[in-house]
Design a protein around this ligand. Structure first.
Ligand SMILES: Cc1cc2nc3c(=O)[nH]c(=O)nc-3n(C[C@H](O)[C@H](O)[C@H](O)COP(=O)(O)OP(=O)(O)OC[C@H]3O[C@@H](n4cnc5c(N)ncnc54)[C@H](O)[C@@H]3O)c2cc1C
Length: 314
């Protein structure tokens, strides 16, 4: 099975979901080719040379020096026609959601997006607000698939080597009608939840806005960033960029420390990729304990100040 994995160039660094997509590609087929576009492709290639890939294809055309859906979809079409992969794989990022349907239409091949795992028969997708798992398969000779955040862990990346090849795409300015704005830059002082190694995440169990500083104090003592569940954001107790979940960020820190979060599926989809999950909740039956590595049954308002004090003393 020949696999083409489309990588996302995050201003010269490889998007975490692209690394997870490579893991998926390595599990799916023997021959994995990676495609990277954009002006900083060289930096991405530097990240890739230690992975077990058949080859890395770079496209340095001016019309795809930065992301635009028309140019990217046309390049993927041309590379696909040249390499003839059986499966085209990508991480399910905002960019993938934007341009991959166009690739599907241009090539006339089905696209199964947002897959959470592989099965013997095909691919598992969550449906009905993640209440059910559906198994999908295709009889098409070629298929496009994308994987949900944390479907695989980048730690499973198979090391090895690869060759690098430049692809001469034929692009015409008249065919690149969509223009993307500059990538969104968070304001100075905003946090990047995606790259935080430790997150202290505050839920409605914190009870009221005046108690939220307890989470920030604990985060400071642990060298962590603060994230939150949606009700805490909706109440205006913390900024919206801190929200984790299906309508917030997807995170994969080394430690996710949840304080008074129930573990609703819309929250869990955003943090289930954490390497370790520690949860404090006063309800022993809280769903968060089903996925927690460390469970503390108790009152956050009692435990958190004591923990912060102990960490500050140590
Ligand atoms: C379309 C859609 C999208 C959504 N997107 C998101 C999203 O992106 N992110 C998100 O988080 N949610 C999202 N939600 C909401 C989600 O369904 C849950 O309602 C939400 O995650 C619950 O947040 P919570 O766990 O903080 O609050 P609750 O569910 O109210 O849980 C509070 C928990 O705190 C515990 N508790 C209470 N007091 C204490 C105490 N003193 N000490 C210890 N524990 C205590 C309780 O036992 C309870 O388990 C979405 C919902 C929908 C319908």
């Amino acid at each position: 099975m020949d696999i083409l994995v489309i990588l996302e160039n995050n201003q010269g660094s490889l998007h975490r979901l692209s690394k997870e997509a490579i893991v998926a590609a390595q599990k799916l087929g023997k021959s994995v080719t990676a495609l990277v576009m954009g002006s900083d492709s060289d930096k991405i290639v530097g990240h890739l040379t230690g992975y077990d890939l058949e080859k890395v294809i770079t496209v340095g055309h001016d019309l795809v020096s930065s992301y635009n859906a028309d140019g990217y979809s046309e390049v993927v079409r041309q590379v696909t026609e040249s390499c003839s992969p059986n499966i085209i794989v990508a991480g399910h990022t905002y960019q993938t959601r934007d341009f991959m349907p166009r690739v599907s239409a241009k090539l006339g091949v089905p696209f199964i997006p947002d897959i959470v795992s592989l099965s013997d028969q095909g691919f598992i997708k969550q449906v009905l607000n993640a209440k059910l798992n559906a198994e999908m398969s295709s009889t098409s000779e070629r298929l496009i698939i994308s994987f949900q955040s944390a479907a695989f862990s980048e730690e499973e990346l198979r090391p090895g080597s690869c060759s690098v090849e430049a692809f001469e795409a034929t692009l015409d300015a008249s065919g690149v009608r969509s223009i993307s704005e500059e990538p969104f830059q968070e304001e100075a002082g905003d946090v990047d939840l995606d790259s935080a190694e430790i997150l202290v995440s505050v839920g409605r169990g914190i009870e009221k806005e005046e108690n939220v500083p307890l989470a920030f104090d604990l985060a400071k003592a642990m060298g962590a960033e603060v994230s939150a569940s949606r009700p805490v954001v909706d109440s205006g107790w913390v900024e919206s960029f801190r929200q984790v979940g299906s309508s917030g960020s997807n995170v994969a820190p080394k430690l996710y420390f949840s304080l008074g979060i129930s573990g609703a599926i819309q929250h869990v989809v955003g943090m289930k990729g954490a390497k370790n999950i520690m949860a404090i909740n006063k309800d022993p039956d809280a769903p968060i304990f089903e996925i927690a590595d460390y469970a503390v049954i108790g009152d956050v308002l009692e435990i958190v100040p004591k923990l912060t004090e102990a960490l500050d003393r140590s």
